[in-house]
Write a protein that binds this ligand. Structure first.
Ligand code: MOS
Length: 692
């Protein structure tokens, strides 16, 4: 048995297995782990953006009844590894960004801990700091390697000559804001030390990657750390890499022998401690022939990182493979500032990176007098321009054509400001979407026959995306049994190794391991196994990855209404058509697409972390002021997909869908706003002041 699975359970619309448990409050979250006599922690954060803590006055806090311990850099244990500066907390008295953790209070209740934290006085030797994010800084530097292992700079052909010779050019600068992940469940941990074994109930997108990191930081063998996380209240990437809070929770539990510790990051603390999407400045240049064929494309990106730890987002990566352009150049430069450490947020790279170029394509279409869909179709590449490889499957044109039909694009009068209903100016816009369709090596699944049923174990994570629901469907088809006869167990390091739920790779990677083990099980034990028969297998490598470019694609359509007097912007319709290979479960898939598109709407109109350069912190650090799209902002939102199977990506024929929904949405909305009003907004978010 090799090759593609015959879909039987795959494709069935099954509602989320964890959904009912979550909404009825019976799905235990990390903070709710049942432990004996827990102590509660509260973090203390630096009030200066750079400097040194010269004195800690903990007396008042320690005198408070119910306070168990105040841990400062003077009293904290020394960590075995301080290589990752974000995780090397309380190891010295330096402050590298405002909001960095400088102390931790442990108390009998969370309220006492929080109150006591306010009683700790810290004296600083404040130093000058720099949080100015700008493209004209003289100290911008070139990172060697970007997130997901992309090279920083690329160049092919001769962009300058081709731009010079082009009949039509677009040269513009686009900016995306700083964004913060705001999952419903903040980052939280329950930590327990017991006979030199550390157990962490931690809200994470990967129990095994979390275990490896924590074991290294504390100098423990991996077997002595167990991480448990059956349910996650969202993450969007912010729980994909360990942050300081988990190290602090473990440290706190070790400081209080015999007492487990619960430590939750507050919503406000999340704005400095749990990652964020870097702001970007994107200079995009396009050059085309009179007929619309692209001759040159360049994209130069500036983004920020923290002075203590480099994170370089692959913002220009998607433009490298998107269109057939003979002359291409891309670059990334970083400003290392006294700011918190940026990290993953839904579709790092592709999400901000498809804003500038997809608005630039719209500007080019307007300049050429071409329909923006036709411009994209005209520049559709036969092969991946970057590698020269064919695509495993690429149905972007079909997404654009099908989406256009469903959305009602064809009746569009291309003239900006041509459609008005009462006070509302109405416009429509389109943008392309893309995300790599990868499978990660490094997961193992075990399949066992017990009590007349099949049990599959894999230490995977479900951050609300549907792993609990779709992994049994995949396993059932691989075993050729009903979904109901399969139990899949995830979310605990007692189960075999599994890679992070990130990069839209989860289902492909874990599913491939489950299929491999199910097939090995059938090969060895046949269709009538004995009680206790068991086998394990790893995610196999995919040799086709060397010969094919593997991506999911999509077309995003937006209709907006803009109030002609006030500039108020409403997104009345969003429609996405996606090429995501075989859809494993239409219920969970639709939910992923719609969730991504909603987050893209939110990025287009609302989200914006405002860093105050006078103090160095994000001032709108709560949900009252950091605006996120809510139900009233979402009107008619639809996602659909092509009935396609990609035979080369994995045995399911599926492409990851956790991230592609957000990609291109903001560009489609910006393009629609231009169509409605004639005003071209190149910096996000699109607020009404930019239209007046
Ligand atoms: Mo996603 S940002 O790769 O967790």
């Amino acid at each position: 048995m090799t090759g593609l699975l015959e879909p039987r359970a795959i494709g069935q619309a099954r509602t989320r297995d964890d959904g009912r448990k979550k909404v009825t409050g019976t799905a235990p979250y990390a903070y709710e782990a049942q432990v004996e006599r827990p102590a509660y922690g509260h973090l203390i954060q630096a009030d200066v953006a750079r400097g040194e803590c010269v004195r800690f006055d903990t007396g008042k806090a320690e005198a408070l009844e119910g306070v168990l311990r105040v841990i400062t850099p003077l009293t904290a244990e020394r960590l075995a590894s301080t290589e990752d500066a974000e995780l090397a907390v309380l190891q010295d008295r330096d402050v590298a960004f405002r909001g960095q953790v400088i102390a931790l209070v442990l108390a009998e209740t969370s309220e006492i801990a929080r109150h006591a934290a306010g009683l700790v006085d810290v004296e600083y030797d404040a130093q000058p700091y720099d949080t100015r994010f700008a493209a004209d800084r003289s100290d911008l530097y070139k990172p060697d390697i970007l997130n997901a292992d992309f090279p920083s700079d690329t160049s092919e052909g001769d962009v300058e000559t081709a731009l010079h010779d082009a009949a039509v050019t677009v040269t513009e600068t686009y900016t995306t804001a700083m964004y913060h992940n705001n999952p419903l469940e903040p980052h939280a941990t329950t930590a327990l030390w017991d006979n030199e074994t550390l157990t962490l109930w931690d809200s994470t997108q990967g129990v095994h990657p979390m275990r490896s990191t924590v074991a290294e930081v504390f100098g423990l063998p991996g077997e002595r750390v167990r991480v448990i996380c059956p349910y996650v209240g969202g993450g969007f990437g912010s729980k994909g890499t360990p942050h300081a809070n988990v190290v602090l929770a473990a440290m706190a539990a070790r400081a209080l022998p015999g007492r487990p510790v619960k430590l939750a990051v507050t919503r406000q603390q999340m704005f400095s401690l749990t990652g964020y999407r870097t702001p970007t400045i994107q200079r995009v240049r396009l050059g085309a022939d009179r007929d619309g064929r692209l001759r040159a494309l360049s994209m130069d990106v500036v983004e920020q990182t923290s002075r203590i730890k480099e994170y370089a987002e692959q913002t220009a990566a998607p433009t490298r493979m998107m269109y057939a352009v003979p002359n291409r150049a891309t670059s990334h430069r970083l400003a290392a500032l006294d700011v918190p450490v940026p990290s993953w947020m839904r579709a790092p790279g592709e999400c901000p990176g498809m804003f500038g170029p997809e608005v630039a394509m719209d500007e080019l279409a307007v300049a050429l007098g071409l329909d923006p869909i036709e411009l994209r179709v005209l520049n559709e590449p036969e092969r991946d321009p970057e590698t020269g490889n064919p695509f495993s499957s690429r149905h972007l044109v079909a997404c654009l054509r099908t989406g256009a039909e469903r959305f009602g694009w064809t009746e569009r009068d291309p003239r900006p400001g041509s459609r008005r209903e009462g006070r509302w100016l109405i416009g429509t816009g389109v943008a392309a979407s893309v995300h790599p369709a990868k499978r990660m090596p490094g997961s193992t699944a075990v399949i066992r026959f017990e009590n007349g049923r099949y049990t599959a174990e894999i230490g995977a994570a479900d951050l609300g995306t549907g792993a609990w629901t779709v992994l049994p469907q995949i396993t059932a088809d691989a075993l050729d049994v009903a979904t109901e006869s399969v139990d899949v167990r995830i979310g605990d390091t007692v189960y075999p190794a599994a890679t992070v739920a990130g990069g839209s790779t989860g289902t492909a990677s874990w599913g491939s391991a489950l299929v491999a083990s199910a097939r090995a099980f059938r090969d060895k034990f046949g269709t009538e196994p004995d009680e206790g028969d068991e086998i394990s297998a790893d995610t196999p490598g995919n040799p086709a990855e060397d010969d094919y470019a593997m991506y999911a694609f999509g077309a995003q359509f937006a209709e907006v209404r803009v109030d002609a007097d006030t500039g108020e912007i409403r997104v009345s319709r969003l429609h996405g058509t996606f090429d995501a290979g075989r859809i494993i479960n239409p219920v969970t898939a639709r939910s992923q697409f719609l969730g991504g598109m909603t987050m893209g709407l939110s990025m287009a109109l609302h989200e914006n972390s405002v860093l105050d350069p006078r103090f160095g912190h994000v001032v709108n650090h709560d949900l009252a002021e950091y605006h996120i799209a809510t139900n009233a902002d979402v009107e008619d939102l639809r996602a659909e997909w092509l009935d396609e199977v990609d035979p080369r990506v994995n045995p399911m024929g599926s492409k990851g869908i956790g991230e592609i929904g957000i990609v291109g949405t903001a560009a489609a909305i910006a393009n629609a706003v231009h169509h409605a009003t004639g005003v071209r907004v190149r910096d996000l978010p699109i607020t009404l002041d930019k239209l007046l």
